[in-house]
Design a protein around this ligand. Structure first.
Ligand SMILES: Nc1ncnc2c1ncn2[C@@H]1O[C@H](COP(=O)(O)OP(=O)(O)OP(=O)(O)O)[C@@H](O)[C@H]1O
Ligand SMILES: [Mg+2]
Length: 353
């Protein structure tokens, strides 16, 4: 049995609105598990249900085999880190972290040892006596992390801990969180709506939409093999291909078919060729005209108008010679493995031919 199991969780608010409609997840010991989805999809609701701040309308939650719904919140031994730093401004860094241990009647000497360890883990050891007001957002969030860890929790829950920080600090701190989590080896559920953050730090990602699970998988599975159109669009970007005779010809050449499907392809799976590039076995060259060339440093985005739709092509490490002018004739190169097929409900279809 998995370490944490949530089975068929349903949460209704006010008797009519359903925030979670039958969610099931499992989290293993030491696993970094991320809930990823747009605002309002139920991420916080699920986290709060596990912490015990709200109770499910129905469903089961077990931790290490025990029924968690029978355990009052303060006895669940779950550490939480929130979006706002929630530090006490009048307490030193040390006392902020020690705060969680006070109601647990931990002897003073042990408090000292454990707080010192937790502060070392988040690299705040040297700042133990400071007041939080004199500290950066990233440092304040590390206080929150140390306070959650110091109780030696069975589970660590983090609800968008980095969303109040600027982009550069977010990237730095997410690497730190990942390292600390692996070092302390506590099963962690992390909430974010930032797809790159989720890909960077997770062992597995659970993509949610409107109170339901779209897909659970490793970052590679979620990004590389999305099972629904929602996942493919939310984690990455997608070109929709126009359903017409030109597309039928392209799919025919690639020996791809999926009856009744709509087709899409990721921009980075497309290539850009010269106007006279020919098709070969496994690669089709679709002629088109450049609409726009956007240089972004590490990559360039080329919008090409073709008979199967306006396709954005992502080029990586574009040199000066890669630059294209509007109205230039080019072709878009599509490999057999690039197009993805979805049914009318958005479910991925096998694209065999
Ligand atoms: N106490 C409540 N009473 C009524 N509705 C609620 C309550 N808490 C949450 N909701 C609703 O449940 C839905 C899910 O909310 P939740 O906070 O779980 O979303 P979220 O995925 O965490 O979104 P965000 O990314 O914005 O934090 C939302 O439509 C929200 O308005
Ligand atoms: Mg939330």
């Amino acid at each position: 049995m998995s370490y944490l199991t949530v089975t068929n969780a349903i949460k209704q608010f006010g008797g009519s609105f359903t925030a979670l409609s039958g969610v099931s997840i499992t989290v293993e010991r030491g696993e970094f598990f991320t809930l990823l989805g747009p605002s309002g999809c139920g991420k916080t609701t699920l986290l709060r249900s596990i912490a015990g701040f709200n109770d499910l309308t129905s469903g089961e939650i077990t931790l290490d085999g025990a029924n968690l719904r029978l355990v009052p919140p303060h006895k669940r031994d779950i550490g939480m880190v929130f979006q706002d730093y929630a530090v006490f401004p009048h307490l030193s860094v040390f006392d902020n972290v020690a705060f969680g241990l006070k109601p647990r009647k931990v002897p003073a000497a042990e408090i000292k040892t454990r707080v010192t360890e937790a502060l070392a883990a988040v690299r705040l050891g040297a700042l133990a006596d400071r007041l939080p007001a004199a500290m950066s957002g990233g440092q304040q969030q590390r206080i929150g992390l140390a306070r959650a860890m110091v109780i030696n929790p069975h589970l660590l829950l983090m609800d968008e801990p980095l969303s109040n920080l600027d982009a550069k600090l977010r990237v730095e701190l997410r690497e730190e969180i990942r390292d600390i989590q692996k070092q302390v080896d506590i099963a962690t559920i992390y909430v974010t709506h930032d797809q790159e953050e989720a890909l960077a730090i997770s062992d597995r990602i659970c993509v949610m939409s409107a109170g339901q699970i779209e897909q659970i998988g490793t970052p590679q599975q979620i990004y590389g093999n999305p099972q629904t159109r929602f996942v493919a669009e939310f984690v990455g970007t997608l070109n929709s291909l126009t359903d017409n005779d030109a597309l039928k010809a392209v799919l025919g050449q690639l020996r791809l078919s999926a009856p009744g499907a709509s087709w899409a392809v990721r921009p980075e799976r497309l290539g850009l060729g010269e106007a006279d590039a020919g098709s070969s076995d496994g690669v089709v060259a679709v002629p088109g005209i450049v609409g726009k060339y956007t240089y972004l440093g590490r990559e360039a985005h080329v919008l090409v108008k073709t008979a199967i739709g306006e396709l954005v092509v992502h080029l990586s490490n574009p040199g000066i010679e890669a630059t294209r002018q509007p109205d230039e004739k080019v072709s878009v190169l599509i490999e057999r493995s690039a197009p993805m097929a979805f049914d009318a409900a958005g479910k991925r279809l096998p694209a065999a031919g």
